[in-house]
Every structure is written in C-alpha cells, then in structure tokens.
Ligand binder design. Structure first.
Ligand SMILES: Cc1cc2nc3c(=O)[nH]c(=O)nc-3n(C[C@H](O)[C@H](O)[C@H](O)COP(=O)(O)O)c2cc1C
Length: 331
C-alpha cells in the first residue's frame, strides 16, 4: 500500500513562493554550456521535476547533447542542495519517466531533516561560484584540497581524476585549436553563442582570450607556443571527469559530479573553470583515453586554482521564466 504524505512525513501541499524562489534560483545559478540554461523546473506537490529544454540545441558543437545533459546535471546538484537547505531529505531519481523524455530528474522533498554544515556551505557556494577564464595566481592547490574536491564526485559511474603530465593535454588543446577554426559551420555557431554577452544566454567571450583559459577555440583565439601552454597547464590542478557509460544518463551524472566538486572547491577558497570543447573531437577523446590509460569516457575538464580576482557574474534568465506560467501568475 502506498504511504500517505502524513505517514511518511513527506512534504505535501504547494511550495510557498519563497521556497519556489530558493529552488528556482539554485537552478539558475548552475553553470551551463554557453550559459544556455537548458532547463525548466516544475514544482509539484512535495517534489520538483527538472526538465530539459529540448528546443535548445548546439548541432555543430554538441550534436550528441552531451554538454546540454551535463548542464542539466549541474542544475540537479544545485536543486538537491536547495531542497536540503529547505530542511527536507532530498530523494533524487534520475530520468524516472521514459514517457516524458525531457524529464531529467525528480527530487522528492521527503521527511524533515536539517541540512549539515557541509550542505549549507556548498549551498552558499552556489551563489558565488563563477567560471574563471584566466590565469590563476600560481599558488598551488594542496594535495588535501584536491582530495576533498575529488571526493565530492559522488555520482553513479563517474570518476574525477587529477591529470598529471600536461604535455599530452597541451597537445590536445593545440590540436583542437588548430583544427576547429577551419570549420566554418562550427565557428558560426560558436560565434553566435559566445560573442554577445549582453544577452541572458551566451558565454560572453567578446574578446577571445588565450589558451588554455579561452576554453573554446575561435578563429581569433591566441594559440601560445606549445611549451608555454604546457607550463600554464602545469601550474594548475586539472581534473578530468570520466563516466562508465557514454549515455545521456552518464552525461547527467557527470554534470552532477562536476558541480559538486566545483562547489566543494569554492568552499575551500578555490576558483575553477570547466572546459569541454577539445573533448568533443572524437580523435582527442580516444587519444586521451589511450595516453592517460582511462577506463571510462572523458566528459569534462575542471581547472582549479587560486585567484585574487573576483570574476564577473553572468546574467541569467528570470526565476519566473524557469518556474513556468503558474508561478509567473502567483508572483
Ligand atoms: C557542460 C559544460 C561545458 C562547458 N564548456 C565550456 C568550454 O568548453 N569552455 C568554456 O570556456 N566554458 C565552458 N563552460 C562554462 C560556461 O560557459 C559557463 O558555465 C557559463 O557561461 C556561465 O558562466 P558561469 O559559470 O560563470 O556562471 C561549460 C559549462 C558546462 C556546464
């Protein structure tokens, strides 16, 4: 027999406006590929559905929607923390409904359970996390800090590994940066999503920085000498996220783990930036697996370091837009 909400202590009834804001904002603050924010949140009695906006597409850069699914995964990690700071146990079911393929996850607000100190700290980190597209100060990230960040990657089939031997990674960056500018369709799509920063989506990279911090190689991206690139990468802590499966569910889990690690890094006073562009080239993916003897599929890189510069926060869509029409009317 199904238990009633009262019997299980589950949250029942409509979410209040204040609770809805907390849930909606947590999702909006998540990192997403090109700030595409490919998600919608549906609040139902005692639970939250995270849906993917299937109309958002990057056919040239992300034809398999890996990055878009990962972006939903980052939002899921934030949503789970938001349910926890609202004082409920969060029961997460990923892709629970094959009849509704855009449903990414359902987060059930179960019985009352105060958040832990760590959850409160990570929730606080959601609001201050920013992508750091630039050089770090050079002060090293300690072994203990790296271990804590890596340990936060708790997601089915996902592993976060610190990469050693930056010469190989530098070669991959260089290969991507030399090949991608020649692909006109790719570059057109990239320009559309990265150059304009006054919009509420788009990565806002008006001036293409140098590698490796530019992330995406545009035609005007400055490609430094290979040794310089290697030295720059050597001065950083770079984590690679791999998954046991190269499937949508694997990509969701990768994004979830990535955000958990990033938030943990922020609580430790670290800055970070995510890079996926070189990994979207099949030859780079397979060479990376071979060179670093990886058991899984490479999905994302997270650069970590220290910064004295506070990165600019990027614009987001409005909360009401993410929560949908019903919530727009109630405000
Ligand atoms: C799955 C994923 C892939 C990303 N890939 C790149 C990338 O290749 N290069 C880059 O510079 N930024 C990349 N980003 C960072 C986004 O551009 C960034 O999160 C977005 O612009 C919002 O900015 P914020 O992280 O400062 O909030 C990626 C983010 C995600 C979640």
């Amino acid at each position: 027999m199904e238990k009633t909400a009262a019997a299980t202590g589950c949250r029942s009834g409509e979410w209040t406006l204040a609770e809805a804001e907390v849930l909606g904002r947590s999702v909006l603050c998540a990192p997403s590929v090109h700030r595409a924010q490919p998600w919608r949140v549906e609040l139902i009695d005692g639970a939250v559905l995270l849906r993917e906006r299937v109309g958002v597409a990057l056919p040239q850069q992300d034809p398999r929607r890996r990055d878009l699914a990962m972006s939903c995964g980052t939002a899921l990690a934030n949503l789970e923390l938001a349910v926890r700071v609202l004082g409920r146990r969060a029961d997460v079911a990923v892709l629970p409904d094959p009849a509704q393929p855009d449903v990414v996850a359902r987060v059930e607000a179960a019985e009352l359970l105060p958040p832990t100190d760590l959850e409160l700290q990570r929730y606080g980190a959601i609001m201050v996390r920013r992508g750091h597209r630039g050089a770090f100060t050079g002060l090293p990230v300690s072994v203990e800090q790296t271990a804590r960040v890596v340990a936060a990657a708790v997601a089915t089939g996902v592993e976060a590994t610190r990469l050693e031997g930056m010469e190989r990674l530098a070669n991959f960056f260089e290969h991507a940066a030399r090949s991608l500018p020649d692909d006109a369709a790719y570059q057109d799509e990239l320009a559309l999503w990265t150059i304009r920063d006054e919009h509420r989506h788009g990565a806002g990279m008006r001036s293409p920085a140098e590698l490796p911090w530019a992330g995406a190689a545009r035609r005007a991206t400055v490609l430094p000498d290979l040794l310089v690139l290697r030295d720059r990468l050597d001065a950083e802590t770079v984590l690679l996220f791999t998954t046991a499966e190269d499937t949508r569910i694997g990509h969701l889990h990768a994004g979830y783990a990535l955000e958990r690690c990033w938030l943990e890094g922020v609580t430790l006073g670290l800055a970070g930036a995510v890079l996926t562009q070189p990994l979207r080239m099949p030859e780079v993916r397979s060479a990376l697996c071979e060179d670093y003897r990886l058991a899984g599929f490479p999905q994302a890189l997270l650069r970590l370091g220290r910064s004295t510069r506070v990165a600019r926060s990027s614009l987001r869509r409005g909360v009401a837009e993410v929560l949908g029409d019903r919530w727009r009317e109630r405000r």
